[in-house]
Design a protein around this ligand. Structure first.
Ligand SMILES: C[S@@+](CC[C@H](N)C(=O)[O-])C[C@H]1O[C@@H](n2cnc3c(N)ncnc32)[C@H](O)[C@@H]1O
Length: 280
């Protein structure tokens, strides 16, 4: 007991452990996540349908998405963007490692008679056979990646884009970092049974790393037979930091925005979005 408590209050190094796959692929948790994606009242795993409609209309207009255009959405989840984007006639691919979300995405595409290619894979390892015009990563997924993973991801983006191809992604700001606070929370069946169908004791430790501008939401789930720890890392970004990381991958920032629906950049906001271009 003492050792378990000791472990959970010991601050790991930033991005020391990677457990994102547990969050999206554990059967019970993935079901809860899909429910969040599809819950129109909360902007949790996905944003609300009105926003997504607006975002896709803006993307289609801004990037001239139409028949003959090709795109890949990384971390497409249940296909809320890919499905709408495919209605433009463009060639659309979605990559995600959540089988549960992709099953939903496939069923929706089939219902509408849309031809969308869904690939179940860790996007950090994804290799495209063809170069496309556009790639996206939406809902600040980029922030969940370590510096090494981000470098890898940006290289993957560059490799699957045609010269001049565009990237759209969103990220959390330094303002959002300032609003986060360290805390410790204990609750029986923490988050109303989100973490397991069996009874459990749940601890949440929020650790802030000022130098790295990273926050860790560390969940410890204690069940009768086992103890699991889930590490949700979030990197918060200045524009300079994003620009540097993109430049190092041969990508040039094209525009700063407030969100992936084309709002103006706001330096007081919690999120921003970026359009980047593959230089050659
Ligand atoms: C926050 S959700 C956003 C989903 C979608 N972009 C949206 O806004 O509706 C993140 C998605 O990325 C997927 N994901 C996270 N890390 C991944 C990885 N390394 N490889 C593939 N998919 C990943 C998750 O399964 C999940 O569907």
């Amino acid at each position: 007991m003492f050792n378990a408590l000791q472990k959970m209050q010991t601050r790991p190094e930033p991005f020391e452990f990677y457990t994102t796959d547990v969050l999206w692929t554990d059967e019970h948790i993935a079901r809860q996540m899909l429910a969040y994606h599809l819950n129109e009242q909360v902007d949790a795993a996905s944003r609300n349908p009105k926003f997504i409609d607006r975002s896709v209309a803006w993307m289609v207009d801004t990037f001239h998405i139409r028949k003959g255009f090709s795109l890949i959405d990384f971390g497409c989840g249940p296909g809320l963007y890919t499905q709408r984007l495919a209605r433009s006639g463009a060639s659309v691919m979605g990559v995600d490692f959540s089988g549960n979300s992709l099953a939903y995405a496939r069923s929706q595409a089939q219902r509408e008679g849309l031809s969308i290619q869904y690939v179940q894979e860790n996007y950090l390892n994804f290799v495209s056979n063809e170069q496309v015009d556009f790639v996206s990563m939406i809902m600040c997924d980029f922030c969940a990646l370590s510096p090494v993973q981000r470098r890898q991801m940006l290289q993957r983006f560059a490799a699957c884009l045609k010269p001049g191809g565009k990237i759209l992604l969103d990220a959390y700001t330094l303002k959002a970092y300032q609003k986060r606070e360290e805390k410790t929370l204990y609750e029986f069946n923490l988050m109303d049974g989100f973490w397991s169908a069996e009874p459990y004791h749940g601890f949440l430790h929020v650790f802030k790393y000022d130098q790295a501008v990273v926050v860790l939401d560390q969940y410890t789930i204690i069940e009768s037979e086992s103890t699991r720890m889930v590490y949700n890392w979030l990197q918060y970004f200045s524009r300079e930091q994003i620009a540097l990381e993109f430049e190092q991958a041969g990508l040039r920032i094209h525009a700063w925005l407030g969100d992936v629906a084309g709002a103006d950049y706001d330096d007081q906001a919690d999120e921003f979005a970026v359009i980047a271009e593959k230089i050659n």
